[in-house]
Design a protein. Structure first.
Lengths: 263, 280
């Protein structure tokens, strides 16, 4: 479950935590756009490591390491899938170029995970819901969204208990061929789903009994205000995006393979 | 009855959860074959953490746990589970089959019993827990108490040597509790080692097993129910309340009664004896 650690919000204070969620959201969108814009290894690696200062400021070093370790499995799948498809169907590329391209795609994936992590680990679910509300999303949807996020750790814990209970009845998850292994998860998924449904019913009853939705117009204790530093953050993000677009279309970037040939 | 060989042995066990909580701080104990043990203590004292070590669901951070002479770190949970039946607190964490029958057969099939034996064992377990009429019912349609019995039946079906029950009395009415008590005692008399985890002191007082009190990941008292449950200092330290009968007899202390009394029947006898002795 280490991959969730990097995505879970922790109540600590840092300059990154204090940035307005909307500004952070724009920043994450910019990162996504740049990651999709480039497909060469060098700019993607630069993008990947350019997040380091932010991670250090946000005190997320340990979570970042865990996240990267947790992502290794998927990263490996992406790398292998790219290798195989490019090698067999990619035409006349050299092996070095194939490896470089696969590495680039893997880095792109890691950038997406990393920026997701920066956003979710530094934004409290409440703030997130509040910012959605202020954009004009109906409260019902915001509430459903925050509740979903809130219950992820609860569900993870419950899944662990269920796994323990079934293991104690002789279930061996790691045994058998692929189909058998998938089947092994049925005794875990059914109790998990049943209890999630049961819990949602209970939650609904508890909320209704506390007059949820009694008043149409809701007021909130906090309201989000964009401050100067938030605007600076947004403007900086957009400038980075514009520069990247310029670089992408008007400057040719050498690949690592080419550089090695020159040297 | 064999009451000599050690079945479970914990040697200076420490356990730290991944989130850094130290749940066990040097627990050592021996449980002999055929014993009936109640592990008690407040929430978060480490009771469940300790018994999870006995089926290998948790492995000690430091120290070791031997079950039937085997170090739990060297075998899988499934292998240990063949000897150690663990009934979880909440039956909803394990029920998933379409019928009660399949639910009970699940573990048997996991352990590789042949179909004939599976059928025999299922019949036996259904009968034992008075569930035969629900054979073809979905476990999800049953009441809380019945679901708990199905969970218990599904574990008893493979006839484990050791039976661990985590909070067996929660959510059970008085009648079911009484039945459960008889059932546990019967199992124990048939030679099974029974370990219950609970904070239901009245239930334990009626059963009179060996009692182990835990506080903050340590064992603070271990002995006969009569000694431990009437030990005012230890009971207070474990955030428990003395059994009601004991409290009554503490109040009668100045009349010369000992307060080391647990059972209702025993209390009745003591009082009657005294009343008969009084001549007006």
């Amino acid at each position: 479950m280490s991959i969730f650690e990097g995505l879970r919000f922790k109540t600590i204070s840092s300059p990154i935590h204090r940035i307005d969620p909307r500004a952070k959201f724009i920043y994450v969108c910019v990162l996504f756009a740049i990651a999709v814009l480039f497909s060469q290894l060098i700019p993607l690696l630069i993008l990947f490591f350019s997040q380091m200062p932010l991670i250090i400021i946000a005190k997320l070093k340990r979570e970042w390491l865990r996240l990267m370790r947790g992502s290794m499995f998927f990263a490996a799948i992406i790398f292998i899938a790219n290798m195989v498809s490019l090698y067999f169907y990619g035409g006349t590329q050299s092996l070095a170029a194939v490896v470089e391209h696969s590495l680039a795609m893997t880095t792109r994936f890691l950038i997406l995970v990393e920026s997701f992590s920066i956003f979710f680990a530094t934004t409290s679910p409440d703030m997130l819901s509040l910012s959605l509300e202020q954009i004009g999303v109906p409260y019902e949807f915001c509430f459903a969204f925050t509740t979903a996020i809130r219950f992820v750790p609860v569900l993870a814990e419950e899944a662990q208990t269920i796994m323990d209970a079934q293991k104690a009845r002789g279930l061996e998850l790691e045994r058998g061929n692929f189909i058998k292994r998938v089947k092994n998860y049925i005794p875990i998924l059914i109790p998990l789903i049943v209890s999630a449904i049961r819990r949602s019913m209970e939650l609904a009853e508890a909320m209704e009994s506390r007059a949820w939705g009694a008043s149409k117009k809701r007021t909130s204790l906090y309201s989000l205000k964009m401050k100067t530093k938030d605007y600076i953050f947004i403007v900086a993000s957009i400038i980075v995006l514009l520069v990247s677009i310029y670089v992408r279309f008007f400057i040719s970037i050498p690949s690592v393979t080419e550089l090695m040939h020159l040297g | 009855m064999r009451r000599c060989s050690t079945l479970i042995e914990a040697e200076n066990v420490y356990f730290i959860y991944p989130n850094g909580v130290e749940a066990l701080k040097g627990v050592s104990l021996r449980i002999n074959d055929g014993e009936f043990v109640a592990i008690m203590g407040q929430n978060g004292a480490g009771k469940t953490t300790l018994v999870k070590h006995f089926v290998g669901l948790l492995k000690p951070t430091k120290g070791r746990v031997l079950v039937d002479g085997v170090d739990t770190r060297t075998v899988s949970v499934a292998q240990l589970a063949r000897k150690v039946g663990f009934v979880f607190q909440n039956p909803d964490h394990q029920l998933f089959s379409e019928t009660v029958e399949d639910e009970i057969a699940f573990a048997l099939r996991n352990f590789g019993f042949d179909e004939k034996t599976v059928r025999e064992r299922v019949d036996w377990a259904l009968n034992l827990l008075d569930l035969t009429q629900y054979r073809k019912t979905s476990p999800f349609m049953l009441s809380g108490g019945e679901r708990k019995r199905v969970a218990l039946a599904s574990v008893l079906a493979w006839d484990p040597k050791i039976l661990i029950l985590d909070e067996p009395t929660i959510g059970q009415d008085a009648y079911q509790k009484e039945r459960l008590r008889h059932f546990i005692i019967q199992m124990n008399q048939q030679g099974k080692t029974v370990i219950i985890v609970t904070h239901d002191i009245e239930f334990v007082a009626e059963c009179e097993p060996r009692v182990i009190l835990m506080v903050n990941g340590r064992i603070i008292a271990d002995g006969d129910a009569r000694e431990v449950l009437t030990d005012t200092v230890a009971i207070k330290e474990a955030s428990l309340v003395l059994p009601e009968i004991t409290q009554v007899f503490m109040g009668l202390n100045d009349l010369g009664f000992s307060w080391k009394v647990l059972g209702v029947y025993e209390a009745k006898c003591l009082i009657l004896e005294r009343l008969r002795g009084v001549r007006i």
